[in-house]
Design a protein around this ligand. Structure first.
Ligand code: ATP
Length: 361
């Protein structure tokens, strides 16, 4: 089922938890609602669930306006952070519960519950009680219970946050597998950018209740629309260096270091000649003799992390981090000339933080 949020806002007294949000979610896609704590992710999910009614705006499931439709009539399945299983019921009875409420005959309910248990691979645990299960197994029961009524929409509220790191990785792959097998439109709330990157068809990134960007994960990583998006996606975070833009060249602020600017600046978005140069740690590399971009950095710290070497350095008085090939022997105190691979950098307006290299839509 396709979803549309048209100018949706949610106000609690003087707090605007969600501020004029407009997005369309395509049928069968898994969309992560992502952003820092308090950005309005759960509030958005609860409006989709029908637990909150938007203060303004229109919410459509398919072509149907659902603002006034009760949660139980929306055809949704929901999985919470703490699974919310019934402790006194067996796994089978937990999964059957929504069907029992809907007065589905017992035999059919049992068959459908077993089918779901197979889908989430817990058919060997049907007689156990929730407390006899691991966290990951409990989560599988919760997913089976959410899907057993064949909803049109699956809502997941930080479903992996109670699991340890290894199980989180396993369960996120499982959620993706199950979601693709069933083909159900799914909204997944998380504050973990890496989790969102790995699981989503698209990410909706929010900040202070406001829309920031809605894109496939790789696009969001490669083409952040503003500095917040650039910094939120990826680890280590995007390096941001204050620069001055002057007639085809970029000068690092408070230094004499500059290089020719290969990007076309969208003047409509530019409020002054002050900007932030955004470079991903992996896009720095040691300059060659032919490199047009060449910035001298003073190395402070050298860390060997797996395949790469992470340099902490300064260009002028600006701190940066760069992942470079370990074939270069670099010591703290060295001055190294860095370049930027394939001109992969961004320029953000210093005041509005808009990405100046992207089209103004
Ligand atoms: N019932 C409520 N009454 C008043 N304010 C609320 C209520 N629910 C949420 N808020 C406020 O609305 C804002 C958004 O909250 P929300 O829970 O949607 O954020 P979130 O992104 O899900 O955060 P988290 O990751 O911490 O769960 C916050 O400022 C929060 O304090």
């Amino acid at each position: 089922m396709k979803l549309a949020l048209n100018n949706i806002s949610m106000k609690f007294d003087d707090i605007t938890a969600v501020d004029n949000l407009t997005v369309t979610i395509n049928e069968g896609e898994l969309v992560c609602l992502l952003g820092p704590s308090g950005c309005g992710k759960s509030t958005t999910l609860f409006m989709l669930a029908g637990l909150y009614k938007p203060s303004s705006g229109k919410l459509y499931f398919g072509d149907k306006l659902v603002n006034d439709i009760e949660p139980e009539d929306r055809g949704i399945g929901m999985v919470f952070q703490n699974y919310a299983l019934y402790p006194h019921l067996s796994v089978l009875k937990n999964i059957m519960f929504p069907l029992k409420m809907a007065k589905v005959p017992k035999k059919e309910a049992e068959e459908r519950a077993i089918e779901m248990a197979k889908l989430v691979q817990i058919e060997h645990l049907l007689d156990r009680k929730p407390k006899q299960l691991s966290g990951g197994q409990q989560q599988r029961v919760a997913i089976a219970r959410a899907l057993v009524k064949k909803p049109n929409l699956l809502l997941l509220d930080e479903p992996l946050s109670n699991l340890d790191a290894r199980l989180r990785l396993e369960m996120r792959e499982e959620i993706r597998r199950i979601q693709q097998e069933v083909g159900i439109t799914t909204i997944f709330v998380t504050h973990d950018q890496e989790e969102a990157m790995s699981i989503s068809d698209r990410i909706l990134l929010m900040k202070d209740g406001k829309y920031q960007q809605y894109s496939p994960p790789q696009d969001m990583y490669d083409f952040p629309e503003n500095a917040f998006v650039g910094k939120f996606m990826g680890s280590p975070p995007l390096n941001m260096i204050p620069v001055m833009l002057n007639e085809g060249s970029i000068t690092i602020k408070d230094t004499e270091q500059s290089f020719p600017n290969p990007l076309t600046i969208n003047q409509a978005l530019s409020s002054s000649n002050e900007a932030l140069l955004g470079v991903r740690a992996e896009d720095w590399t040691i300059a060659k003799d032919t490199s047009e971009i060449r910035l001298t950095a003073l190395v402070e710290l050298v860390e060997r992390i797996g395949r790469d070497t992470l340099l902490s350095a300064t260009i002028g008085r600006h701190s940066i981090r760069a992942l470079v090939d370990p074939e270069f022997t670099i010591q703290p105190g060295d001055a190294v000339d860095l370049t930027i691979r394939n001109d992969r950098f961004h320029l953000f307006d210093a005041k509005t933080e808009a990405n100046l290299g992207l089209k103004n839509e």
